[in-house]
Write a new protein. Structure first.
Length: 269
């Protein structure tokens, strides 16, 4: 299937936007089910884009970045699965499978951007001390532009090169394992740094029980084959249920305190 210049440019622009949206805009444009529909509309097959995007969404629904550690990137994977499903006429399963190498490269790219930006945070601190808000804004725009440009290059390359580029990317990963292993080690290290930062800000003595209970629950659910793929999602549901119950209890207590229903002689107290 041949693509015209407008289609190629639109795919590049969309990949640039959703690459940034994953971390900055946060409008859920980067979700595969949305991305698949948009790519399908651009390439002239909205139905296939929706089907492939929805399938990829289900595959990645339990994956999420935790403390800086990245799962295979759903943004590039969603774009490329739709591209392969439409351009090559592959069935949904084959299109999703063929997009996996691109998703892995997207993971490494994010880790690379994070690694490049880490030493620049000292520059941001200096700019903050000087009150240079424009400098901080420029630094953030630089990070967003770098990430979006990397995503656009990979997606356009996949659009034009198809499965051949996917094979080349896989061969590159196999040939230069030292480089990929370095990025993988950096991602694993950032996981613990991220958790340490979160715990320093959020954790109090009253919350240790919830933290340990959640950790134990995640281990139990993750060890069951049927639920391992949705471990984080299931633990999140349990956490939400506890938080919602606590919220309702506190609201009821405040209402009772404000209405003066604190008991009295007629209550036998």
């Amino acid at each position: 299937m041949q693509f015209n210049a407008i289609q190629i440019i639109l795919v590049a622009v969309w990949a640039f936007i959703v690459g940034i949206d994953q971390f900055d805009f946060l409008e859920s444009l980067y979700q595969p089910i949305v991305t698949g529909a948009v790519i399908g509309a651009i390439l002239g097959d909205l139905q296939t884009g929706l089907v492939v995007g929805g399938t990829y969404q289900l595959m990645t629904i339990g994956n999420m970045p935790v403390g800086g550690a990245q799962p295979p990137n759903a943004v590039i994977g969603g774009v490329m699965s739709a591209v392969f499903g439409i351009a090559s006429g592959l069935d949904t399963g084959a299109a999703v499978a063929l997009a996996i190498p691109f998703a892995l490269i997207g993971q490494y790219m994010i880790t690379l951007v994070f690694t490049v930006m880490s030493p620049l945070m000292s520059s941001a601190d200096k700019l903050a001390e000087k009150g240079d808000t424009k400098g901080i804004v420029r630094l953030n725009y630089f990070a967003m532009a770098m990430l979006g440009a990397l995503f656009a290059v990979v997606c356009v390359g996949g659009l034009l090169g198809g499965s051949a580029l996917g094979t080349s990317l896989q061969e590159f990963s196999d040939k230069y394992k030292w480089f990929m292993n370095g990025l993988d080690a950096a991602g694993k290290m950032m996981r613990f740094v991220g958790f340490a930062t979160l715990l320093r800000i959020m954790l109090s003595n009253d919350l240790w029980g919830f933290y340990l209970s959640g950790f134990a629950l995640a281990v139990v659910i993750g060890s069951i084959e049927g639920t391992a793929g949705a471990t984080l999602l299931l633990v999140a549901f349990v956490g939400f249920a506890i938080a919602f119950y606590d919220f309702q209890t506190r609201v009821a207590m405040r209402k009772n305190a404000g209405s003066g229903n604190g008991g009295g002689d007629e209550d036998g107290i």
